[in-house]
Design a binder for this molecule. Structure first.
Ligand code: ZN
Length: 148
């Protein structure tokens, strides 16, 4: 185990123990539920968008440590970002969760992803990938449901 693994483990534990952006938002915030039947993880994303920017995001739900840490990391990564930036972060994260060798796993690229790179170790455990991606898929669905 190297120090990067230690750091990543610490980030995931920190987000699991002290989840960011827990709670709900009143309408007109978009509310979307996500469920991972393989593990029993549930996540509800509440999304408030103003002038093309994620003004606020709140989460409720329960599940395994990976699903809950991932949702907390996701909320911290997208809050205050423009919808365009958020779509870019979602696609970077999905790339991170693939086993394709074309994915840039260099330290520089991982650093550019910030804390969400902490989840890259999950890819070694394919059964947990759905736990990690649940929050992100639910967020993507919430973006699709935004009134245009
Ligand atoms: Zn899970």
């Amino acid at each position: 185990m190297n120090s990067l693994d230690d750091l990543y483990r610490e980030i995931i534990l920190d987000h699991y123990r002290t989840p960011r952006n827990r709670g709900e938002l009143p309408p007109p915030a978009v509310r979307v539920e996500g469920f991972n039947p393989l593990c029993g993880d549930e996540i509800v994303v509440h999304l408030a968008v103003t002038d093309g920017v994620i003004a606020d995001i709140k989460l409720t739900g329960q599940g395994c440590s990976i699903s809950q840490a991932s949702s907390s990391l996701m909320s911290a990564a997208v809050k205050g970002k423009s919808l365009e930036q958020v779509r870019a972060v979602i696609s970077s994260f999905k790339q991170l969760m693939t086993l394709e060798e074309s994915v840039d796993q260099s330290p520089a690229n991982l650093r550019s992803l910030g804390e969400i790179a902490a989840l890259q170790g999950v890819v070694k455990f394919p059964v947990r990938i759905k736990c990690a991606t649940l929050a992100w898929n639910t967020l993507a669905q919430a973006l699709d449901e935004l009134p245009s």
